[in-house]
Design a binder for this molecule. Sequence first.
Ligand code: PMP
Length: 451
Amino acid sequence: MWKKNVLETIGNTPMIQLNKVSKGLPGTILAKVDYFNPGNSIKDRMALKMVEVAEQEGKLKPGGTIIEGTSGNTGMGLALAACVKGYKCIFVTTDKQSKEKVDILKAVGAEVIVCPTNVMPDDPRSYYSVAKRLGKEIPNSMYMNQYDNLANRQAHYESTGPEIWEQTEGKITHLVCTAGTGGTITGTAMYLKEKNPNIQVWAIDVYGSLLTHYYQTGEVNMDYVHPYISEGFGEDFVPENYDMSVIDHFEQVTDKDGAVMARRIAKEEGLFCGYSAGSCLQGLMQLKDKLPSDAVVVCIFHDHGSRYVGKVYNDQWMMERGFLDVKTFKDIVNGRQAKRLISVSPEDTVAEAVALMKKYDIEHIPVMQDGQPVGTVSENGLFQKVFSNADIKDAKVGSVSEPSYPVVDFDTPVERLGSLINKETGAVLAKDEKGDYHIVTKYDVLQSLAK
Ligand code: PMP
């Protein structure tokens, strides 16, 4: 039987066991993979619910306008609901967000207003003020306010919670979930704890967010708040959707650990999930000593990796933030079995150099004199000369050699080597701590990046 519209495909997402990335954790580790929703995130559930409740309460009437401050998943969910139900959508976002995000929302029919990031929330230009003002000015419009609109957590109470209970046949012992507006964790936990009050609910937060300290002390202390890179969770205030009494623990994760774990989930499980899914599983790893051997853990994976291809899934982005351990020339040399540099002297013959190339299956040989590089012989270079000099094999290397390879620092990062090695140079050299030279070729660099 077909679906009557895209909104009917929201929810009933799969529960998938993690098998490799969860090694070392006791019990059974399951992921509720909510990127299977049509808007690629769990937020489709609450977006639809917020619209339905607004309709029931008469706040949104046919032809009305949905307004929200969002750049991401909630916007996508609201836009889908608006398409099917015939509403207009205006999303207000900040100039910090990527152009792609804005274009995606426009693609599904939304109007997007971009506001400056660096203004206080009460400044009339802030995205928060603009969204509120539009909600008042535009007739038959509603500012959805996902933070304080309790239809948000209600959606998870009605769908996410029951699905998890049924998919685990009531065996779930732990719920692990990143927390932003609080809608997902609160609504899901409220349902599950009604079914079994012993279920442990662990909220995953990010360093720089206010939530963990607030949970632990009940105090709103902005000293704990600082900018962070993780996306979708953590807050600098406490939204109305929270009911902290259904949460048993708050755990903070670093930006780096969450990003690295997201990449592992994609590589090891084939689940191409978003940043917060990585943080969620990382948070669980940090808490593994609290898990009994028969635990049945459900982690919620909120959204899809495609939103993060320019970020978490981009090596350059990861390296610039210190999230990927940078490999260097030295690492490549240390990873080799044979460390001795194969070289020739200017007095050796071309035949001897070619024999070495054959023996070691290499294309480049440095020409060394008194321990210093003075030139290069390469397969390519010799091939060019064969045509003008038929007796080249008896020639001295010194008479046919090309300029020496660039010499770099032993600690030069691999990415930098990539830009130094080109068609002409083919390789680079560096001196180790003892003063001995080593070579790194294009092939070595490619190999090291593939690892
Ligand atoms: N992860 C992602 C990717 C999200 O978009 C959100 C929603 N802001 C969350 C986690 C946190 O969910 P919630 O707002 O329901 O607490």
